[in-house]
Every structure is written in C-alpha cells, then in structure tokens.
Design a protein around this ligand. Structure first.
Ligand code: PGA
Length: 248
C-alpha cells in the first residue's frame, strides 16, 4: 500500500494560495504516495474543485461532533463529506492547546466523523515535559482510551497520527527508534480497545517531517504514512517531500 502523506496547511495559506497549490499538485499528482490536502475550511470547496479527477484527496482540519443543530461556528462532518472530504484531522495538539479540546470532545468527534463516512486522523502525543518524565505511554493510553467501543463499520477506516508535541514545528523530529516504539504501543492499545476493527488502522508519524527524514520514517515498522505541516505548504515542497519518500 502506498504511504499516506497528509498535508496539514493549518491557517498558513490564504484561500487563493491554497487553491493554486492544489491545482499545481493535481496537474501532476505524486505517484509514490496517497496525498491528502487539508486546507482551511474556507478553502475546502476551491481545493475540492482544483483536485477533481486527480488522485489527490481532500481532508479537513477539524469538525464538530454534532450533525445538525444550534452550534454557532460548528462545521458538520456530514457537510465536509458532502463537500468531498475523505479525511478529517481530529484532536491535533494545537486544538487541544489553543481551543481547549478535551479527550472527551475528541472521542465524540471521532465517532461523528466515522458516522458521516469520513476517515478520522486522530492525533496523539506527549509534551516535552511528559517525555522527560517518561510518561509517554501513560499519555498515549489516556488519549487512546476514547477508542474503547468505537465501531468501524463497512469500509470505514481510522488513522492515528503519533505527533509528539515537542517535535511539531521545531525542526527536531523524533528518532525512528522513538517512533517505532510509540507506533508499536499504539497498535497494541488500539487492538486491545477495538479488537478486529483495528485491523485496517493506519498509523502516521508527524512532527518536523521533511525531505531529509521522510524515507527513514517510512521504513519503520507500523509507519503507514506521515502528517506534515511546514514541509507541505507549497506545491514544490510537497512534491520534494513525496519524491524523497519514494527513494527509500
Ligand atoms: P510540522 O507540523 O510538520 O510543521 O512539524 C506537523 C503537524 O502539526 O501536524
């Protein structure tokens, strides 16, 4: 299976830049990877149009956990699906940190996304302090506990992105050894919580992935792809990244 390369554009690109970048990429889509673009909500429709009939896929950076109702500012997972999104990032550390998202909120978002036919990309990972205190496994256990009893029906899929917070946007990626340990732990925990439903789980690594380290990460057992911020935010950067992935 091709590795999954998820481009998290955060709030970095204006709509015009996002659409232009998507159009450029869709003109000659990378062959070595399944690429998912996650622009801001306001750029989703434009990016969806730009990648129509190409192999490039669309994802959102967040969603509400309700399908309809009086939730000012919320974005329904059903509407994201109708717009052409296949994926949605859920529980990114920036949402936990700046928007007060809790594990309970993230748990219901994962269920809502699956219910709407989206593939959630659930982000988990420890802070530098938690790492120093050797609490990584305790943190992952808490963050993954929300998956207890989650049902995966039909062709639905779940992705988990291991994103140690100290590696995000810092230029200091985790080592492949660190990632191997964390991914093995995640795979075991998810199997415990979800049983056979965990079979089609994909586990991504995120945190300062760039063209110099992507190939090494993709050779680590249980690394099925990467979630990338900085190195994905222009078409040229994203192309370089995927090209480097193909050289493993
Ligand atoms: P980064 O961001 O690649 O810039 O470290 C990754 C992320 O936040 O998902």
């Amino acid at each position: 299976m091709k590795p999954l390369v998820v481009a998290n554009w955060k709030m970095q690109l204006g709509d015009e830049d996002a659409v232009a970048t998507a159009r450029e990429l869709a003109g000659a889509p990378p062959e070595h990877a399944e690429v998912v673009l996650c622009p801001s909500f306001t750029a989703l429709a434009g990016v969806a149009a730009a990648i129509t009939n190409s192999s490039v896929l669309l994802g959102a950076q967040d969603c509400a956990w309700q399908e309809r109702g009086a939730f000012t500012g919320g974005v329904s997972p059903a509407d994201l699906r109708a717009l052409g999104c296949r994926y949605v990032i859920v529980g990114h550390s920036e949402r936990r940190q700046h928007f007060g998202e809790t594990d309970a909120m993230i748990g219901v978002k994962v269920r809502a996304a699956l219910g709407a036919g989206l593939q959630p990309i659930l982000c988990v990972g420890e802070t530098l302090e938690e790492r120093t205190l050797r609490q990584r496994e305790a943190v992952l256990t808490r963050q993954l506990d929300i998956l207890r009893g989650v049902e995966i029906i039909g062709t639905a899929r779940l992705c988990i992105a291991y994103e140690p917070i100290w590696a995000i946007g810092t230029g200091h990626a985790a080592t492949p050894e660190d990632v191997a340990q964390a991914h093995a732990f995640i795979a075991d925990s998810v199997r415990e919580h979800m049983g056979a439903a965990a079979e089609h789980l994909r586990i991504l690594y995120g945190g300062s992935v760039d063209p110099t380290n992507i190939a090494a990460f993709l050779t680590v057992p249980r690394v099925d792809g990467v979630l990338v911020g900085t190195a994905s935010q222009t078409a040229a950067r994203l192309r370089n990244l995927v090209a480097a992935a193909g050289r493993e």
